[in-house]
Each structure stands twice: as C-alpha cells, then as structure tokens.
Design a protein around this ligand. Sequence first.
Ligand SMILES: NC(=O)c1ccc[n+]([C@@H]2O[C@H](COP(=O)([O-])OP(=O)(O)OC[C@H]3O[C@@H](n4cnc5c(N)ncnc54)[C@H](OP(=O)(O)O)[C@@H]3O)[C@@H](O)[C@H]2O)c1
Length: 226
Amino acid sequence: MNNRGKTALVLGSSGLVGKELVETLIKQNTYNKIVLLVRRPIEIINTVCEPHVVDFDHLENEEVLFQVTDVFCCLGTTIKKAKTKEAFRKVDFDYPVEAAKLASKQGVEKFLIVTAMGANPKSHFFYNQVKGEVEEALNKLELPSLHIFRPSLLLGNREEFRFGEKIAAKASYIMNLFMVGPLKTYKAIEAKKVAAAMAEVASFEATGVHLYPSQEIERIAKRKRF
Ligand SMILES: NC(=O)c1ccc[n+]([C@@H]2O[C@H](COP(=O)([O-])OP(=O)(O)OC[C@H]3O[C@@H](n4cnc5c(N)ncnc54)[C@H](OP(=O)(O)O)[C@@H]3O)[C@@H](O)[C@H]2O)c1
C-alpha cells in the first residue's frame, strides 16, 4: 500500500492510452481518488474511480472536480472521426487548454498530457501543428509542473478499426527491428508504455516543463516501479 493521499483527474480515460493509464494508476495505488471525465457512461472498474459524464464544451461547469493533485490528459481524435478541422481542434486543443486553465485555478500540482511526435506549431501538417499549438498554449499557462509526452505511432488493442493505423502498426513490427541509432526515435510504442511512463513521472517531485520524446518514454516505462 502506497497511499499518500493524492487525487487524480483523467481526461480521455476511455481511449487506448487513457484506459491503460487508469489501470496503471489503480495498480500504482498512489491515488485516493481518480476522477474520470467522460462524455458517455463507462463501467466502473475500481471503487477508487469516480466517473463523471460531462459536457466538454462547458468544462468550466465542472471546476470543482479539478480540485485534485494531478491532471492527466489523454484526449484526442482524428480528422476522420472529427470530420472537420474545427471539430478536431476542439478535442486536441480547446479541451486540454481549458482543462489546464481550470487545473491551474484549482492549484493542481502536475499536468501531464499526451501530444505526439512531430508536434510543432509551424508544421505544414495540420495534426502536428495543432499538437504543437496545444503544447505552446500549455507552456504559457506557467503550470507548476507540466509534463508533455510525445509518442510515435501507438500500438495496442483498439476497439475501433483504424485502417491506416492498422497497416502502420503491422509494418512497424518489422520496421522496429531496423530502428536503431538515431532512427530509434521513430519506433512505434505500446500505449501501455506511455501510460506507465505517465504514472511513473507523476510520482517524481519535478517542477517546470518537461518534454518526453518516444525514446525517453520507452526508457522511463522500463524503469517503472509499479
Ligand atoms: N494513434 C496514434 O498512433 C498516436 C500517436 C501519437 C500520439 N497520439 C495522441 O495520443 C493521445 C491518445 O491517443 P489514443 O490513441 O489513446 O486516443 P483514443 O484511443 O482515440 O482516445 C481518445 C480519448 O479522447 C476522448 N474524446 C475524443 N473525442 C472527444 C470529444 N469530442 N469529447 C470528449 N472526449 C473525446 C475519447 O472518448 P470516447 O471514448 O468517448 O470517444 C477517448 O477517451 C491523443 O492525443 C493522440 O492524438 C496518437
């Protein structure tokens, strides 16, 4: 038992990384309570979890739920699912930034977010540009402790079928064998490793802004203590 009276809030807990993260946090046993903000009802997997169905367009109505120690953001969508750039931006930029503002107001200690490899506000690719912009906006909030995880292609069992990712994931099992030296950065990574690294980092006493490229995520996940 390692309960230090900390509490957490997770956004995106029904996703590939988010689900792994919640399971890891439960096993880690550091948090008294794990608040899950979801847009539709979910199964409660442990009594420590406290799911809340909320309207993400009005997160400000849920301000009190942000009275936690650490906030984890695993939100994300795809252009295919979102259908428009605006709708994509809402999930990958607006919601995380609003969540971080509320977290900051409530005095949260750590804010941890998954963006993506290649995040760059000046990128010619819309996806990387939005990921870069969200990082930039979070940086400006001057949170006491901001942790940004930039994984490469995520591997894991996704309920939803994503053709492009499925092909890329299959190819990556072979490609990963050749990803040595500087190419290691591009190696696909299992979602559960991203979750493990997030849980591990949350247990550090580190202030300021920290960026974790995929290779670093792998390294932290390997040495996890939980
Ligand atoms: N896929 C990759 O290879 C890859 C690579 C690098 C980085 N990333 C990034 O890593 C992060 C996590 O990825 P993932 O694959 O775990 O994501 P995911 O499985 O698609 O899960 C996304 C989460 O965001 C929630 N969400 C999506 N649209 C929403 C909306 N309109 N309102 C409220 N919640 C919404 C989903 O909730 P529902 O269950 O209700 O839909 C889900 O909990 C994302 O930011 C992604 O861009 C992904």
